[in-house]
Design a protein around this ligand. Structure first.
Ligand code: HEM
Length: 421
């Protein structure tokens, strides 16, 4: 159906049919040929770009992994480790009085080379533009313009991703050979490599490097939604920072790092689960700034929507969490305000909303698998950053959206950071 913006607006007005769309129709309309062909260059046959059996198999394996206590436990360890790294970068910047760009991939002084991040972003932007650029196939055929850049970028992305996979496989082999299993890095990539080994070529389907490449890039896309970006959005919206103390020790780098580490050691899956207000702040941020602002679906076969509207195979329907999150009909007269309290009950417990109303993570059979993991990451980083730092937007810095699959900032987010011990 709707390729034109007028038709998309029409669908928006039909948002109350979300449930029918997402539950009844999604298995038929998930990616479709159009979406698949646009995104294949980046996502390959990974879970986001797969339909039917290919999707079912990956969903099953991944849901099982995500539900495991094992993954949850080592996720908490990894997220704590990375949040502490982030803290150390911010601490150095605050001491040096340097401006930092909080947008992912540009933050660390130890990352002089971030060509992968740039190439990944470029790829992401260009494949998104395909949805509105009728000339993209011609450009690809002629190897010109955005499509020429896409070719270069995807080459870089692939080279880097394959090198990470090869390196990790070698590390795993080496760790096993030397009996030092504990040296194996615990993350999604290692898990999928192990699954591939266990299942063989035709089991979980992760036996070859191409499948692993697709897994890495599909999960990388989701990881773009990582905590720091949310931290800054939340901060922009006025999340409270709790200062404490002002002694001389403030200048003592190792004292400060030890204090942060001590605080972080208290943050686990369970303790973070109890931080209701923080949970509400993250949710409120995602309501107003959903990381996937719009989510198109391809139509695989002719069909009729519940309102009687006919849709044609080869077309697309889109739901738009960005707009749905701002509708007064859904959220009341203060829909445009950042008000975490709306997510808290009178008894102080978190008040959940139906995923068909709060659609940042989608709903129905293909609802986000990493939601809990994403909250864990964001809350881990936020808890540490809110406790130990203050941020101030650099005066005059333009905070503007950039059009790509993941909502991001066109000019990054330049801030000054100070420690708040
Ligand atoms: C704020 C963070 C996140 C948001 C807002 C988000 C949102 C979404 C959305 C909207 C979808 C539906 C995509 C589609 O089918 O069109 C999705 C799917 C998915 N998400 Fe997330 N996501 C987040 C973080 C993560 C993380 C951290 C992971 C993994 C570590 C993850 C794993 C997945 C997977 C595997 C799917 C595909 C499910 C399927 O097709 O069956 N997500 N997510």
């Amino acid at each position: 159906m709707a390729r034109s913006s007028a038709q998309q607006v029409e669908q928006l007005r039909n948002y109350h049919r979300m449930h029918d769309w997402l539950v009844e129709y999604l298995s038929k309309h998930r990616t479709g040929d159009v979406y698949r062909s646009y995104m294949h260059v980046l996502l390959g046959d990974g879970i986001f770009n797969a339909d039917g059996e290919l999707w079912r198999k990956q969903r099953k394996t991944a849901s099982f992994e995500f539900a495991s206590k094992n993954l949850r436990d080592f996720s908490a360890i990894v997220f704590r480790e990375y949040s502490l790294k982030l803290s150390s970068i911010l601490s150095q910047a605050s001491m040096a009085g340097k401006v930092v760009d909080m947008q992912i991939g540009t933050l660390s002084p130890d990352l002089p080379e971030n060509s992968f991040a740039q190439a990944f972003d470029a790829t992401n932007i260009i494949v998104t533009l395909r949805f509105i650029d009728p000339l993209w196939r011609l450009k690809r055929f002629l190897h010109v313009g955005s499509e020429a850049l896409l070719e270069q970028s995807i080459k870089l992305v692939d080279e880097f991703t394959y090198s990470v996979i090869r390196r990790r496989k070698a590390e795993i082999l080496e760790a096993r050979a030397s009996g030092k299993q504990e040296k194996i890095k615990h993350d999604i990539l290692s898990r999928f490599i192990e699954l591939g080994e266990a299942d063989g070529e035709d089991g979980g389907g992760f036996g070859d490097d191409k499948s692993l490449r697709d897994v890495v890039l599909n999960f990388k896309l989701r990881r773009e939604l990582r905590a720091v970006r949310e931290v800054e959005r939340a901060r922009e919206e006025g999340v409270m920072i709790i200062p404490c103390g002002d002694g001389d020790e403030e200048n003592d780098e190792s004292w400060f790092a030890a204090r942060v580490a001590q605080f972080a050691s208290l943050l686990s899956y369970d303790s973070l689960g109890k931080l209701v207000y923080l949970h509400a702040c993250v949710t409120e941020t995602l309501r107003l700034y959903p990381a996937v602002p719009q989510d198109p679906k391809g139509i695989l076969e002719d069909d009729v929507l519940p309102d009687g509207r006919k849709v044609r195979a080869g077309g697309m329907v889109t739901y738009v969490p960005y707009s749905m999150g701002r509708m007064e009909y859904n959220w009341g007269a203060d829909a445009a305000s950042f008000r975490p309290e709306r997510w808290i009950n009178d008894d102080g417990a978190f008040r959940n909303a139906s995923p068909f109303k709060f659609t940042a993570f989608q709903a129905g059979p293909r609802i986000c698998l990493g939601k809990d993991s994403a909250y864990l990451q964001m809350k881990m980083a936020l808890a540490i950053l809110c406790r130990f730092y203050r941020f101030q937007l650099v005066e005059g810095h333009p905070v503007e959206y950039r059009m790509m699959t993941i909502l991001s900032m066109a000019h990054g987010l330049k801030v000054r950071v100070t420690r708040a011990v």
